[in-house]
Design a protein around this ligand. Sequence first.
Ligand code: URP
Ligand code: ZN
Ligand code: ZN
Length: 492
Amino acid sequence: MEFDLTIRNGRITTSKETFFADIGVKDGKIAAIAPQLPAAAKDIDATGQWVMPGGIDSHAHIEQFSGMGVMCADDFYSGTVSAAFGGTTTIIPFAAQHKGMRIPDVLADYAQRARSKAVIDYGFHLILSEATPENLQSDLVQAIADGVTSLKVYMTYDALKLDDFQLLDVMEVAGREGAMLMIHAENHDVIRWIARKLLASGKTAPKFHAVAHDYLAEGEASNRAIALSRLLDVPILLVHVSATEAIDVIRAARQLGSKVHAESCPQYLFLTAEDLDAEGLEGAKFCCSPPPRDPRAQEAVWQGFQDGTLGVYSSDHAPYRFDTTGKLPKGEATTFKEMANGVPGIELRLPLMFSEGVLKGRITPEKFVQLTATNHAQMYGLEHCKGDIAVGLDADIAIWDPQLQRTITWSDLHDNVGYTPYEGKQITGWPVTVISRGAVVVQDQQLHAQPGQGQYIPRRCPQPLLNNPLQPQPSSAARWLGLKGKAWSGQA
Ligand code: URP
Ligand code: ZN
Ligand code: ZN
């Protein structure tokens, strides 16, 4: 076979093993992996480099209005360019339904904006803010059938929060239709109550955001979400897990055979609540929900990744500029309660984990591939085309120089945020060549992609494995209520 592209002499890591071989690419797909292949007209010599799947970032906010009504700083061009420079070749951002909006209109709007701008492939999760019968039984069902096979719901934020009754309604539909339900688990009333007390006594600085979003608020809501999921025997994925207490309940539930999956992010490995205690309002740059916590929680997150309690590592890129359009809507007078929540990280997600996880021996290269690509594909219905290096999959590949040393500074990055919370951090290893469906999109620190080159990928219903010793327990509610559908026919 004549290939369009060959990558030769590299050290390949898949989700399962590491070996030296050549890769042949034809029509955007991996067509051959063999010890020695003849060079194609376009040939990349990867001697001394590590060849890994391009990352999938399944949690990013791009060109999206937040629950607080703030527009992200990155559109689908700057967001995907930044992702590509950091070795990511697929993103799944959110199409956010706010109250009063129809789901089909929301999806059409995001699709239209992404189409002409994205430089790498993408899908969408739906953010569901209104659990009305019409939304659930008609529009959501149609969205899932059309390839939006995951949705996120919130247990906090005034504009987005669902109560437990509504969560059960959503779980029933997600379970029946085979969608993955992502949950932002923090106890709304606990946060609200602490915040009111803090503000009333003049404690308005960014550091009080971390006080209001206590780790117990996350632990309690995670436990509650898991209980509801167990009640209906429906798979859930807890996003941006930060607290030891949450990780402990997730681990315990999984050991019981529950269909509970979980994600964490760079900010919970590399930042702490002390970062919010910076001069003036600088701490707002580190303000996200849940907040970064402490060294004990950081260790718990590493442990969670190592033992499989946490299966996906995403950026939760939520880019808000450090001005009145983003973090500081009231300028110097902005309180912690008014700051846009979220930190940027789409470009640094993989380099941070490569440097601090792989090269420092905390995780193996294969685990890196699982956490950054393969498990995302499995969790969100992309396994048939993305997330690994194997014949037949899309040729989405990142070629890493494992020795390249860099000092992180925002001016080297490609997002539109204006700062990075990781400024000054020294890391080793960087993806020097990035390939999307067989086309080189980044090489020699240059972009080689055109806006609109990224394709929308409709996703299948996810079939994630639990890898637990126990089989899922039969649910009495599911049985007695006659619940039928994908969640109750063996899918995890
Ligand atoms: O603080 C965060 N994580 N902001 C982004 C919105 C969300 O809840 O993921
Ligand atoms: Zn969230
Ligand atoms: Zn988020």
